[in-house]
Design a protein around this ligand. Sequence first.
Ligand code: ZN
Length: 266
Amino acid sequence: MSSALSKFNVIQVKYGERVTRKSIVFHGFANSGEVDEDQPMDYSFWIARNDKAIILIDTGYDVAGKDWLGETSRTPPPEGLALLGIEPAQVSMVITTHFHYDHIGYVHLFPQAVIVAARAEYEYWTAKFEENGLVGEFTAAADLEVIMRAGEEQRLRLIDGETEVHPGVSVYPVGGHCPGQLLTLVQSKSGPLILASDAIHFAEQLEKGWPFFAHTDLDEMCAALAFAKELSADTGAPVIPGHDPRVAAEYPALNGPAKAIATSLG
Ligand SMILES: [Zn+2]
């Protein structure tokens, strides 16, 4: 009997938001000749689920617990999961797209899940942790320690190159924003999707080639933009930027108790 791939429902779950300025978030915006304006930013994590598995792509963070950049809390990620009828214990895998605070803040909720990360990301942040305890960095030591512990427990999967981490879910280390920034390609029920996370914060970056202001390697970040476009052209998968309010505006809300925060991507 052949085992057909069980495709995923992919859901974006919004947990917070803030408003910044285009001139702040886009590298080189001043030279673009465009008029500066407010840039709203959504904070989300993603779920890929089918009849066999529930996979999280990032975990969000506790917005009320610490002020990083003046984000406003909408629905804390644990509540968002509860509204979707998901118990943390049902999550078998957490893909951490990179280790910034807004992407791994609730990683401790999943002490039984396999944690996926790029090796470059892990090595970069553990080296900084040893150097300075992550003081002044956009990564919290407590969250990194959870990931280090997962390593001791043999449930940390470090990725060096393009890898299918679960049937129908592949990750691609692209770097740029962070040394081990990952893109995730998911085979959703309506076709493949590229979850760009912070490789591409906003769709406008794809349209205009604008890098994001925060990066560890600008050339790599530009290469990541180009790579996402190429992967999209090759697979027919739309690119879902990581922080763009357009996503929730353009894709349908997921019917049910999580309707206000959950967007059905495929
Ligand atoms: Zn982010």
